[in-house]
Design a protein around this ligand. Structure first.
Ligand SMILES: [Zn+2]
Length: 221
C-alpha cells in the first residue's frame, strides 16, 4: 500500500532497497545471519519520527474520504503523544455518500459538495475518544480553513501542524491565521523526512528470523 495525496507531498519511510534488504535477511545465508546477529542489540535506525508518524496517520485517515478531488485527513495528539482523534473530509453521518453531490463547480449551492461536506478537522475533533482535546496538537495535511480554525480554537487545541499551505492566498486561510494568532494557537509546517511512505502488508511474513521460538509443549494432564 502506498500513501499518496494527489498533488500533495507524500511521506515515505523505508525505500524499496530497504524492503528488499529486509526480505533477504530471511534467507538461509551464514553471512547475512552473522551480520544480523551482530547488529541485533542495536535499535533500528530508520523508524518514524513522532511528527512523521502523526502526519502519516492523518494521511492514512484521508484515504477513507470519498471525495474524488481532495482527500484530507487530520489527527489529534495529546501532549504525551497519544492519538485521541482522527478524521477525514466526508458527508455527515446518515447522509448517504451516494445521494449527496461530490461536485464543486455546480452553480447551485444545493448541488455543491461545499454545502454538505464536513472537513477533516471538524470530524477529528468530534470523533475524539477523550474527555476533551485541550492543549492537544492537530496534524493536518492542508492548512485549516476559517471554519475549522474556529472549531480548533474553541476545542482548546493549542498547536496545528500542517504539511501544505497551498491555499494560503485564500481569504479563508488568511482569516484562519488571523484567528490563530489572536487566540494563541501555534502553527508550524512539518517537512516530512521522506516524500513517500510505503506500507507493505506482505513484509510481516518476509523476515522469518524474527519469528518467536516455538513454545515448548506441556502436558496439561
Ligand atoms: Zn475546514
Amino acid at each position: 500500500m502506498e500513501l499518496n495525496m494527489n498533488d500533495e507531498p507524500e511521506v515515505q519511510i523505508g525505500t524499496v532497497n530497504d524492503n528488499l534488504k529486509l526480505c533477504n535477511t530471511g534467507m538461509d545465508n551464514h553471512h547475512t545471519k552473522n551480520k544480523e546477529m551482530e547488529s541485533s542489540n542495536e535499535k533500528r535506525k530508520n523508524y518514524l519520527s513522532w511528527d512523521d508518524f502523526f502526519m502519516a496517520t492523518a494521511f492514512l485517515a484521508a484515504q477513507r474520504s470519498k471525495d474524488p478531488v481532495t482527500q484530507v485527513g487530520a489527527c489529534i495528539v495529546t501532549l504525551d503523544k497519544k492519538i485521541v482523534g482522527t478524521g477525514y473530509n466526508g458527508m455527515p453521518i446518515g447522509c448517504n455518500d451516494d445521494d449527496f453531490p461530490w461536485g464543486k463547480n455546480n452553480p447551485s449551492t444545493l448541488d455543491n459538495k461545499y454545502t454538505y461536506v464536513c472537513h477533516a478537522e471538524m470530524n477529528a475533533v468530534l470523533n475524539k475518544n477523550s474527555m476533551d482535546v485541550k492543549n492537544c496538537s492537530m496534524y493536518v495535511a492542508l492548512f485549516p480553513c476559517n471554519e475549522c480554525a474556529k472549531i480548533i480554537i474553541q476545542s482548546g487545541i493549542k498547536e496545528v501542524v500542517y504539511l501544505s499551505d497551498k491555499y494560503s492566498f485564500k481569504p479563508q486561510m488568511i482569516a484562519a491565521k488571523r484567528m490563530f494568532n489572536a487566540s494563541g494557537v501555534k502553527f508550524r509546517q512539518h517537512i516530512p523526512s521522506n516524500q513517500r511512505l510505503v506500507l507493505d502488508f506482505s513484509k510481516i511474513n518476509s523476515n522469518m528470523t524474527q519469528m518467536p521460538n516455538t513454545p515448548e509443549k506441556y502436558d496439561c494432564k
